[in-house]
Design a protein around this ligand. Sequence first.
Ligand code: MBD
Ligand code: FE
Length: 346
Amino acid sequence: MAQPNGNHTNGMPDVMPLTEEPSNDTSGPNGTASSTTPHRFNPSFTKSVIEATGPKASPRIRKVVGSLIQHLHDFCRENEVTIDEWMGALDLINAAGKMSDDRRNEGQLVCDVIGIESLVDEITFTLAGDAKDAPTATAILGPFWRKDAPIRKMGDSTILNEIPDGDHSLLFGTVTDFTTGKPIEGAELDVWHTAPNGLYEQQDPNQPDMNLRGRFITGPDGKFNFYCLRPTAYPIPNDGPAGKLLELLDRHPMRPAHIHFIVSAEGYKPLVTQIFDRRDKHITDDAVFAVKDSLIVDFLERKNDPKAQFELEYNFRLASFEAAKQNGMAGAEQETTSSATGGAYS
Ligand code: MBD
Ligand code: FE
């Protein structure tokens, strides 16, 4: 994360200085107006709202919500947001809430199309130091992870139904500790992906429950292997506010073909990531901005295996909580696996 003010350690700006006086500096980092831009509105209003925070508010809440108020007030003034526009935004937020349940998280999807989940992912996982062999890069969780996917035997398949037109693939690799390079025994790979029709199991009444998902546990050698599908590109659900936003922004809803993973092991920071198939033309314009170079993979042709036409080796490097702390990863002290999913759906 670029840190415009240089001296912050956690990527979060301090609450902006409470000077509402006009100054010579009339533009922010990108030439946009900033909180110091002269304006014709009540100059002490924002300060009074922030200062209403009581003495029992935690330091983090005081800082983060204070900063949020400052930025949102500045935003409203700079854009001279009208009542109608503000109500339109509230309609969008409320519609997202009404649409959401344990199978659909529309608020998250709205954040995804404006890059917020990818940005927070970057902030959470960027190492402060120059670790020599970085842990595997992260990518966003997205709205379709389900907790308690079935534990499957190594070598099994995530595919529970007949998929004649699907590209079947063997996926294999090793989970290692990124500092020692040693294999991790008992690491869990939680994997999920769509069917060739572009739908996750919970979106599609024609798929069996927990289809195309599963959890695989590594043995002493840290190795895993299982069958799944070579993934397909598909549109994110665009029948709600996230779709509306894409339409207003004149954007398409396509995500490049990908497979999701949460790789976790005791004592290690859970790794939430996705791998992306290089053959997909949407690799360069993901609707939710999650692609990173090191997560782009090349499936190879697999010979003499009636169960798969393709194969892929992909290895995962995890950071122990100790290493995460030493390397200044944000949130490294949260030694619970729910930190992987932010407690999503739990
Ligand atoms: C998805 O399948 C996904 O992975 C993300 C991040 C957002 C929307 C749909
Ligand atoms: Fe996905």
